[in-house]
Design a protein around this ligand. Structure first.
Ligand SMILES: [Zn+2]
Length: 374
């Protein structure tokens, strides 16, 4: 315990640290007021067990957003790029000394099965499956199961101009003590609860820029974003070689990695931009809403995350406006809207007449087939 306290003090400089060199230039010093503190990663034993999250927007060779959506014909191509990226990282992790590598689906393409095809995965690595559905970012975090975590195919945060940049879902920005964070930092903070460091990430140049807050990680840049839907690609073999080397170094330098611990209480904000919106909350007494954002005080990282996810549920209700826009332009639109109004009345009458029962919530997966985000 003493060790933990002294290292906390040692890294209290994380409140304000400055990095002001290439490639960002002296004119734009990087000032970051961290909502977390950093502590040394615990010493590892003979086993080095790694959990690798994958997303699907920061893949090498990928410049077409249709490759990360299950409903698009280009998705199988995305699955192949995903497996190739993961295998390059898995190979590097084992080369660096990892003894166990597990993969978990952090994407959510709409595919009821994992985005990663098991037949394409390096057989030394295993995918995480559970009997119940689970939240990949928060429900897996346990003490003494993994020694390090990493993210592959990751994207930059909302507003950073990255390829498919977003946080959690479309139009959502997540802030802790006023600092906007990426999903990578969110994974780091979740695993910080179990004293596990995040050591590796891959994605575009904008994500690399976002992750200046985590200077100890090994980052492999696979492409340069030119807009949210376009990118300049690095040669794929070259990107894979870099990913492998970065993953190897990440394991070799594990002793220098930092664990991220949120400082509580933490002021937690969801800022919504189109197609999401929190405007529904405007004027609700007791809700701290202003300028598209809702803010609350959380006593733990779990509480911050749970409140954030609940607000995401409110903010994404605004997506339906686009559905109405589409319907009103569609030849069958008036007919569908009329059926919709009828169904609202029907539900009202059924509830008032006690004829209606809610559908039971689906929590159990096919045994052993819950795999993370769907
Ligand atoms: Zn993501």
């Amino acid at each position: 315990m003493m060790n933990r306290i002294s290292t906390s003090l040692l890294f209290a400089f994380a409140f304000v640290f400055l990095v002001g060199c290439e490639p960002w230039g002296e004119d734009k010093p990087f000032v970051f007021d961290a909502p977390w503190e950093l502590v040394d990663a615990p010493a590892v034993g003979e086993e080095i067990r790694v959990l690798l999250y994958h997303d699907m927007e920061g893949l090498a060779g990928q410049d077409d957003p249709r490759t990360f959506s299950f409903s698009k014909p280009q998705y199988p191509e995305g699955q192949e790029m995903l497996a190739a990226d993961i295998n390059a990282v898995v190979d590097g992790l084992f080369a660096g000394g990892a003894t166990v590598v597990h993969i978990v689906d952090g994407h959510g393409s709409g595919n009821p099965d994992p985005d990663l095809r098991t037949d394409l995965l390096d057989p030394r690595a295993q995918q995480v499956f559970r009997d119940e559905y689970f939240d990949a970012y928060f429900d897996l975090t346990e003490d003494d199961v993994y020694d390090a975590v990493g993210v592959v195919g990751m994207h930059a945060k909302t507003g950073s101009g990255g390829f498919a940049s977003h946080t959690y879902t479309l139009g959502i920005d997540f802030l802790l003590n006023g600092q906007s964070i990426t999903e990578t930092e969110l994974v780091g903070l979740s695993w910080g609860r179990a004293n596990v460091p995040l050591i590796f990430a891959s994605g575009d140049d904008r994500l690399e820029n976002d992750l200046r807050t985590m200077p100890w990680i090994e980052f492999a840049q696979v492409k340069t974003a030119t807009s949210a839907s376009t990118a300049d690609l690095r040669p794929v073999d070259e990107a894979h070689a870099d990913m492998r080397e970065a993953a190897k170094r990440a394991i070799e330098n594990l002793a220098n990695a930092k664990v991220m611990k949120v400082i509580t209480p933490v002021r937690t904000t969801l800022r919504a931009v189109q197609p999401a919106s929190l405007k529904l909350l405007e004027g609700v007494p007791g809700i701290n809403y202003g300028e598209g954002s809702a803010t609350f005080i959380a006593g733990s990282m779990q509480e911050a995350y749970d409140g954030f996810v609940a607000l995401v549920g409110v903010a994404t209700k605004n997506y339906v406006r686009l559905l109405y826009e589409n319907l009103s332009a569609h030849p069958s639109g008036p007919e569908i809207m009329s059926a919709y109004r009828d169904s609202l009345f029907l539900r009202w009458f059924d509830v008032e007449s006690e004829r209606w029962q809610p559908e039971p919530e689906e929590t159990s997966a096919t045994p052993g087939r819950g795999h993370g985000y769907r």
